[in-house]
Ligand binder design. Structure first.
Ligand code: UDP
Ligand code: MG
Length: 313
């Protein structure tokens, strides 16, 4: 009987320092897991350092190493999708190149799938050594918020690091949306997932690619992709304001009939106009954000463009 195969997908963006360390470690782990075959699929996401050279070298030395090099930086989400689409394994794992997702864990994850009947084993972390206090605080608030407004549950602190069975991978690939928010997609497709808590170590080398602004946009992506509550909220607030205005009109009519109508109160009127105007713009903005996502989705642009693979250009 032929052995089962695990594909390890590694999105890489400027990881020249981490890659050799990562490869050494995952290679060691793969040798210890004698009853399975491995495929290492690296996605070079438009790196500007020597990442691609390292990958070319590795693929020449080790036939299990494959790579896909993008024509530019498309983002980690695109990298993961390309990996999932092109992986050939019976099981697929997604891992960071910076050793924050310890390769050693693959053994435990594979055992859980084999012996405990899970379809997927995923990791979450309560304690992120690399993160500043502010990032931890905002992350916590964000998970609370998404928990309230989205019907797709999300595990706080979930990493992208997970090992999945082929059927789950196929389900994820079938969700070919352009605006990708994988944490939501993983949860949307369901399947029996085991969650393991672990403390994410710091990066082995290099720096995180996520600036505060990038993270903010990613968080917004998560809300727009998996919740329409902001639109409902906009409609509700609009309705409440209409009711208040209606009550105010009745009040003013009654007041005028009973006490006459001295012209006064224009400052408050100005404030109300500015406030309501601002509110309208705010909700137009929210609608606009959904529309812009729709616009990109309708265009059906490719999620990634390949410029080179291990088989040549
Ligand atoms: N990454 C990528 N494309 C990007 C940004 C990041 O492929 O545009 C990769 C990166 O090389 C790493 C993984 O995604 O392997 C996670 O990135 P990072 O370590 O910067 O994120 P963090 O662990 O800080 O959340
Ligand atoms: Mg990292």
């Amino acid at each position: 009987m032929s052995k089962e195969k695990i594909s390890i997908i590694v999105p890489c963006y400027n990881e020249e320092e981490s890659l050799p360390i990562f490869y050494k470690e995952i290679n060691r782990v793969s040798k210890e897991m004698k009853n399975v075959d491995f495929e290492f699929l690296f996605i070079n996401d438009g790196s500007r350092d020597k990442t691609l050279d390292i990958l070319r070298d590795l693929s020449k030395k080790d036939k299990r190493v494959r790579f896909i090099s993008f024509s530019r930086n498309f983002g980690k989400e695109a990298g993961m999708y390309a990996g999932l689409e092109n992986a050939t394994g019976d099981y697929v794992a997604i891992m960071d190149a910076d050793m924050q997702d310890p390769p050693e864990m693959v053994k435990t994850m594979y055992d859980s799938i084999q012996n405990e009947g899970y379809d997927c084993v995923a990791l979450y972390t309560k304690n992120h050594k690399d993160y500043s206090f502010i990032r931890k605080f905002f992350t916590k608030c964000w998970y609370k918020l998404i928990g309230m407004i989205s019907s797709t549950p999300q595990v706080p602190g979930a990493r992208d690091f997970r090992l999945m069975k082929r059927k789950m991978v196929d389900a994820i690939i079938s969700m070919g949306e352009y605006n990708r928010y994988s944490k939501g997609i993983f949860s949307f497709v369901g399947f029996n997932t085991k969650w393991i808590d672990y403390t994410a170590p710091g990066r082995v080398a290099g720096v995180t690619k996520w600036s505060f602004w990038k993270l903010f946009k990613y968080a917004l992506e998560g809300i727009l992709a998996f919740s329409t509550t902001p639109l409902i909220l906009a409609a509700l607030v609009g309705l409440i304001f209409c009711l208040i205005a209606f009550a105010a009109i009745i009040f003013i009519i009654v007041k005028t009939i009973v006490w006459g109508d001295p012209v006064s109160g224009w400052p408050s009127l100005a404030c109300i106009i500015i406030f309501v105007g601002g509110l309208q713009l705010f909700f137009f903005g929210i609608m606009g954000m959904y529309m812009s996502k729709l616009y990109l989705e309708v265009k059906k642009r490719p999620i990634y463009i390949i410029s080179e693979t291990e088989n040549g250009k």
